[in-house]
Ligand binder design. Structure first.
Ligand code: GLA
Length: 689
């Protein structure tokens, strides 16, 4: 809901539990009034006339109060907007007008030929913000254009939560006290990166299920930056957007415009768990395509076979996968061009004739005949120098004139800002999806930008932004032309996970780390912001082949992966008849609990910190608990799990044991899991009776 004061200078957006209010002063300053618990328009108006605190000449009264601090004038904070023309630098704007459009508010300012429009839209309790720049004057260089600056209220001591990582260790949660100065996270790698998910949360006294939490998440799949600043008077602002540095994002000639990605903000008073559930509901309702449709159980042989694949071998795996109840069979890397290792073939998206003599169609038909969907792996934005594509177009990659072309994993990054490259990829992928009945595409991105140059282009910096726009356009075009095809975003595991890519893909590959114990922490972090509906997780072999040789039971591996979108990624030709039978039972159990996992409310009951950890999903009258015991020490009894989200006055039947529990008892005294020893796990289903 959007309400506007009579004088048209104070606005308040309200969701079910929260409000966001702002005001433009007579001095053309757009000031922040309120973000937090729901208030009325009259409250916002009262805030708008509250006198400012007195400032000494060494501080600015604007700092920490503005909705979108521009560069220039009496401001000393990091600017959200930094522009320059041949003549001058910075912005001095005047308020032009506002436009209200349902739950969307647009506030327009003008500085000479430049129009800056701030967009606000409330969806549930999530406020989406972005900015449009339109130039009608001489050329403007946009050094920096953040999507939004968020202002927090005064509290005693802020704490920052972030998700950090690296390859095979993504999205691990850390929480630390905020101190004076700035904390900057981001990526200068050209993609979202494994190092941080573009999300922060701030609280002063929250617990998992209580207290105020402010969260901000950016929808951008290229380089990005979020800066959290605690100013000298302890005010906190969070500013973020595309690009990492302030060294030039793009240039706008007369008639050109730029729209930033969305930076979404959420206030919740339900603790970290409440905030996560609100983020999940928002993404299911507004971001993820077709989120009401559950994702199928998939099989992928990458860990088992790597590049050593053939049609016959894939047929044999498909047979076993189908018997296990798998619903989607995916051929990973190695099916195309001269791709028998990571040294060749990227860029040539036609089936390898030695491996798939009749193309992909015979295998796809066979897989369909077994009752499964068929999927493939691609990495369209890349090229191996040893490929037909590179031999024909060595200038289609990102490179700096006269400098060496850095190879990572023997590959270079295509310059997707080029229209000929965009067209080539469209033709290749459209042709591929038309050549065989393909239902699913795992879209990978396996190296960072290093030599992002574009010889001959007058403003080569723009390729950083244009690459992402071209990627999004390609997804949009492919989805429109092939509406039955689902896409997975992968980047060496979880290197490209953000609200931007999630609005165009159906799920993400969470991590190349498939160790079921490491995954618990990765999944805990992931779940802070994104729902299980998009979190792909595979059961692979034991000992773990990719990473650490850890030995774990099939039970532990399955229960770990069942917390997300279940997949199987082991070498099924080596699994015993007993293992295959056990796996079949787990897959069928997953299908039963899938609506809860993929569409239910998530409660993190205990974090994975050595002993017992658990999550619970609740949907309607049903709940399911997934519990893991890493290690039992000193023979001490494993604690009962206090459940959440149940009706205290109702009774619940345990589907595993038939026992009946009172809701209040489960909520206050807990559920005994029966777990013991090391690496034990259980799935416990409850139904209200
Ligand atoms: C990346 C992915 C893996 C696999 C390989 C194939 O590393 O994360 O799952 O697809 O590429 O080369």
């Amino acid at each position: 809901m959007l309400e506007i004061s009579e004088d048209g200078r104070t606005w308040i957006l309200s969701g079910p539990t929260s409000s966001y209010a702002l005001h433009v002063t007579e001095h053309q300053e757009l000031v922040h009034l309120h973000w937090g618990a729901r208030i009325a328009l009259a409250d916002a108006e009262a805030l708008a006339v509250r006198p400012l605190p007195e400032y000494w000449p060494f501080e600015s009264p604007l700092d920490g109060r503005e909705e979108y601090p521009v560069e220039g004038g009496p401001r000393f904070t990091r600017p959200a907007l930094s522009v320059r023309t041949d003549e001058r630098r910075g912005t001095e704007w005047t308020f032009e007008r506002y436009e209200a459009d349902g739950d969307e508010l647009r506030i327009r300012f003008r500085d000479a030929g430049l129009t800056v429009t701030l967009h606000y839209r409330i969806r549930g309790d999530v406020v989406e913000r972005w900015v449009t720049l339109e130039n009608q004057g001489p050329v403007i260089e946009v050094l920096r254009a953040d999507s939004a600056t968020w202002t927090l209220p005064h509290r005693d001591g802020w704490r920052l939560s972030q998700l950090h990582g690296r390859w095979a260790a993504e999205s691990r949660l850390v929480r630390s006290d905020l101190t004076y100065g700035e904390k900057v996270i981001g990526s200068r790698r050209g993609h979202t990166g494994h190092q941080h998910l573009p999300w922060v949360a701030l609280d002063s006294d929250a617990t998992e299920e209580s207290g105020e939490v402010y969260g901000c998440a950016l929808g951008w799949s290229g380089s990005w930056r979020i800066a959290v600043a605690q100013l000298p008077d302890a005010r906190v602002q969070i500013t973020g957007g595309a690009g990492h540095d302030d060294s030039g994002l793009l240039r706008l000639a007369a008639g050109e415009s730029f729209t930033t990605p969305v930076f979404a903000g959420l206030w919740s008073d339900g603790g970290f768990g409440g905030a996560s559930r609100a983020w999940h509901a928002y993404q299911r309702a507004y971001v993820i395509p077709d989120a009401g449709r559950d994702r199928p159980v998939l099989f992928n042989s990458w860990e088992a076979t790597e590049f050593d694949i053939s049609e016959e071998q894939q047929r044999a795996l498909a047979q076993r996968a189908a018997e296990m109840g798998v619903e989607l069979f995916v051929v990973d890397d190695g099916w195309f061009g001269a791709r028998t290792s990571d040294r060749a073939g990227l860029g040539d998206w036609t089936p390898n004739p030695d491996r798939f003599p009749g193309g992909l169609k015979p295998l796809a038909d066979h897989v369909h005949g077994l009752g499964m969907q068929f999927g493939i792996w691609v990495e369209p934005e890349m090229v191996n120098p040893d490929s037909e594509l590179y031999r024909a177009h060595p200038d289609w990659v990102q490179y700096q004139p006269g400098r060496k072309r850095t190879e990572f994993r023997n590959q270079l990054v295509l310059n997707l800002a080029r229209e000929d490259v965009q067209e080539y990829l469209w033709e290749q992928l459209d042709g591929l999806l038309s050549s065989a009945p393909i239902d699913y595409v795992k879209w990978d991105f396996n190296r960072c930008f290093t030599d992002a140059g574009w010889p001959g282009d007058p403003y080569p910096q723009r390729l950083w932004v244009d690459h992402v726009h071209a990627l999004y356009a390609l997804f949009d075009r492919l989805r429109a032309a092939h509406p039955g095809v689902a896409f997975e975003s992968c980047s060496g595991g979880g290197g490209r996970i953000d609200l931007g890519v999630l609005s165009r893909t159906d799920q993400v590959w969470t991590s190349d780390n498939t160790d079921p114990l490491d995954r618990l922490a990765i999944q805990e972090g992931f779940s802070q912001i994104h729902p299980a509906r998009v979190m792909a997780a595979w059961v692979t072999d034991s000992p773990n082949v990719m990473l650490n040789g850890r030995i774990s039971s099939l039970r532990f591996r399955f229960v770990s992966a069942m917390a997300g979108v279940l997949g199987v990624g082991g070498d099924l030709t080596k699994w015993t008849a007993e293992e295959l039978a056990e796996a079949r039972d787990w897959v069928s159990l997953y299908k039963e609990i899938r609506p809860l996992v993929q569409r239910g409310d998530l409660y993190r009951l205990r974090p994975p910190r050595g002993g017992l950890s658990a999550v619970q999903y609740v949907l309607g009258d049903e709940a399911v608990v997934l519990a893991w015991l890493q290690a039992q020490s000193y023979g001490e009894p494993v604690p009962a799990l206090r459940l959440r989200g149940l009706d205290p006055t109702a009774s619940y039947e345990c589907r595993e044991t038939g026992e009946v529990y009172r809701g209040a008892v489960l909520l206050h005294h807990g559920l005994r899991t029966g777990l013991r020893g090391d690496l034990d796990a259980a799935v416990i289903r409850l139904r209200r009776i």
